[in-house]
Design a protein around this ligand. Structure first.
Ligand code: HAM
Length: 435
């Protein structure tokens, strides 16, 4: 007997129905924001991912050598693929680029509730625009999508942060370049680590002044509003980076202003503890967390203004997010927000005998060609049994091909909810079924 690999899922029809619902809602939501769908290969050159995604994801790759000796990997995320697709057309593409994709991603993580080795991710990205209006559009789509599932601000929150402000703070401590990025990686783990472990990590990984960095980081993380962030930086007095901090805070006000105008202020929590693990992020970063149950991440994203350029194309600023299907499905289930499975069938055909079957099959083929969902018993059975199956099938109508009806060139159409019956020809049945 064979088992599914750890962290992989099988989708029985009822699971597929839920997956289809998630995908349909994602698509409708993205399209309502005028995003266009794209896709890319499941298998990518290893270097596309190792180049820019960062150590965390590179450590989780499903990679191997193909028969041509190429280093390849199943995609762990869609963003590098998107950057390549847009980069290749950067000279001619109409900006802003607003694209979305639904991708199966593979990460060799320790399987646990909410985190698997294969998951589907809804990605939406906006490229070619640096202004906070683009960040607002992306965050608006993220929140709008969760609301389209019936979720409310009682059930999730968007935690908004900014790698630019972090880098400015680190620069004030004299940390720049790779040292600053190393410090940021350590700060990313702050929520889960003890201060002692943080200090040890700073010193082991060559970040000087660990104690002051930790003290400043703790104070910044404690700020829970823009006013608090402003006060935090104002309290630091004049410094070489003060002007850039002021300019950055103006962009914060612009972003929050747009989100407020969109009616989304209540969903936003300023929370500088979000740093994001992926290496390519540059400016505003954010994660949506459920606020009920286990508080897991539903989505994450941010600005990545240099990725396209770093892959060798012309410069193309970008912002986007990814939303996974695993935690989302769990949350919708817990909140009883998954819709009842709809009856899949329009009509179940009840057939009097082998002679009537010939006529019935001809009509069934005609109905199906019009997109009507029809089923019938493959073996000839008594009327009673067939009506029972028709009832259990959830079909809206039963189409009855008895000897008498067929002899008159007709069939009987029974409305399964009211029990009403009418004698119609195939044309009439088609009209009723299509209504
Ligand atoms: P990410 O934060 O790695 O971002 O993933 C986004 C979301 O995908 C997570 O919040 C979570 O819901 C889901 N997810 C990630 N890994 C797993 C897993 N192993 N099992 C189940 N769900 C998972 C990215 O991937 C970025 N590429 C998103 C992005 C797009 N940034 C800009 N554009």
């Amino acid at each position: 007997m064979f088992q599914t690999l750890p962290g992989f899922r099988e989708f029985y029809p009822e699971d597929c129905a839920i997956r289809n619902y998630l995908f349909a809602t994602w698509r409708a939501s993205a399209q309502s924001f005028a995003f266009q769908e794209f896709d890319g290969p499941l298998l990518e050159p290893l270097e596309l991912i190792t180049a820019k995604s960062g150590d965390e994801i590179v450590g989780q790759l499903f990679n191997f050598e193909d028969k041509g000796g190429r280093g390849v990997t199943l995609r762990p995320e869609l963003t590098p693929t998107l950057a390549r697709l847009v980069g290749a057309k950067a000279g001619s593409i109409k900006r802003p680029v607003k694209w979305f994709g639904i991708a199966e991603n593979f990460r060799y993580e320790k399987p646990q509730k909410g985190r698997l080795r294969s998951h589907y991710q809804f990605n939406a990205d906006l490229l070619g625009e640096t202004s906070p209006a683009a960040d607002a559009e992306i965050i608006g789509l993220l929140i709008g999508t969760l609301c389209a599932f019936g979720l409310t601000r009682e059930q999730f929150v968007l935690r908004l942060s900014d790698r630019d402000l972090w880098l400015l703070l680190l620069e004030q401590q004299g940390l720049t370049g790779d040292t600053a990025l190393t410090a940021l990686n350590i700060i990313d783990k702050m929520e889960r680590e003890t201060p002692e472990a943080m200090l040890k990590a700073f010193s082991e990984r060559g970040v000087p002044g660990g104690e002051t960095v930790l003290e400043q980081a703790t104070a910044l993380v404690a700020c829970d509003s823009l006013e608090a962030v402003e006060a935090f930086f104002a309290g630091k007095g004049e410094s070489a980076v003060a002007e850039r901090v002021t300019a950055r805070l103006a962009q914060w006000r612009e972003l929050l202003g747009h989100l407020d105008a969109m009616g989304l202020a209540d969903f936003i929590r300023v929370d500088l503890s979000i740093v994001r693990g992926l290496a390519y992020y540059t400016g505003f970063v954010f994660e949506a967390f459920q606020t009920v149950g286990k508080g897991r991440a539903l989505a994450g994203g941010g600005r990545y203004d240099h990725l396209v350029e770093k892959l060798g194309y012309q410069s193309m600023p970008a912002v986007g997010f990814g939303m996974g299907d695993v935690t989302l499905r769990d949350l919708l289930e817990d909140c009883k927000l998954l819709p009842d499975p709809k009856p899949e069938l329009d009509a179940y055909v009840v057939i009097g005998g082998e002679a009537e079957r010939v006529v019935a099959l001809r009509d069934v083929a005609r109905f199906r060609a019009q997109g009507i969902k029809v089923d019938y018993g493959l073996k000839q059975q008594g009327f009673g049994k067939q009506f029972k199956t028709a009832g259990a099938s959830g079909a809206r109508f039963a189409l009855i091909y008895g000897q008498e009806e067929v002899a008159a060139g007709k069939l009987k159409l029974r409305d399964m909810s009211s029990g009403e019956e009418e004698l119609v020809d195939a044309e009439g049945a088609l009209a009723r079924l299509s209504a």
